[in-house]
Design a protein around this ligand. Structure first.
Ligand code: ADP
Length: 229
């Protein structure tokens, strides 16, 4: 099995592309969903966040107000670091659990849908392939304005706060151009899916796992034969 990191820019069509991969039966792990799960009230990260940031970052229903927390860390880099040090290990642990599950289930590749994949290049080195969902600037702007009901200046500001898609293109192994219609995007996803399915990259990890299991099995047999009466 191998890992495929997938990302995009705001309203470039990441959710649209992920929906097609899911429809094809692919294994997809959504980092954003996990990031929301680990801060639910029943988890340890929740208690730690309330301890350090105070109960004023809570909503009336007791859940964490992500917007309020986002505003705090936006202007305080040291608080961002503190929050990351609380949440990142838990997110990574949950992702590893899910990756292992898909490995056991026999998937050839697993897609990791990570919003800031290309901004944080510490993650990309674990990916065998990286995919960027691209759309041209004009299309991205108009889709964002329409989807979020934003004025042009507001939408432009949100796009400008991210690394430009053209820059991300240079960092990605594969680019899905979602500037056209749904059908064109779907065709590109189908093509990439068969390319990834046909790739023999998955064999390496399987081979290592089989060798490790066989090695441990052999050792156990050897020990039993020699040390049991
Ligand atoms: P992201 O997940 O990257 O923020 P979405 O997949 O939500 O972006 O797409 C942004 C908006 O553009 C959505 O409203 C979606 O329905 C629309 N959209 C995405 N791809 C296309 C397409 N190929 N043609 C027309 N509209 C699209």
């Amino acid at each position: 099995m191998f890992l495929v990191g997938l990302s995009g820019g705001i309203a470039s069509g990441k959710s649209t592309v992920v929906a097609v991969f899911r429809e094809l039966g692919c294994a997809v792990i959504d980092a954003d969903v996990i990031a929301r799960q680990v801060v639910q009230p029943r988890f340890l990260a929740y208690q730690q966040i309330v301890h350090y940031f105070g109960s004023e970052i809570l909503l009336e229903n007791g859940e964490i107000n992500r917007e309020a927390l986002g505003n705090i860390i936006f202007s305080h880099p040291e608080k961002r670091q503190l929050l990351n040090s609380i949440t990142h290990p838990k997110i990574q642990k949950e992702m590893l659990k899910q990756i292992f599950k898909y490995f056991v289930l026999g998937y050839r590749y697993v897609i990791l849908d990570i919003p800031l994949l290309f901004e944080t290049n510490t993650v990309t080195r674990f990916m065998k392939h990286t995919v960027l969902v691209y759309s041209d600037p004009q299309t991205q702007l108009s889709r964002l304005m329409k989807r979020n009901g934003l004025a042009q200046t507001e939408a432009e500001a949100r796009i400008a706060s991210q690394l430009p898609l053209d820059e991300k293109c240079k960092l990605a192994d594969h680019v899905i151009d979602n500037s056209g219609d749904w059908e064109s995007t779907r065709r590109q996803v189908l093509r990439l899916h068969s390319q990834l399915e046909d790739s023999l990259d998955f064999l390496l990890v399987r081979l290592v796992a089989v060798t490790a299991v066989a090695g441990i099995g052999g050792l156990v047999c050897f020990l039993l034969r020699h040390f049991l009466p």
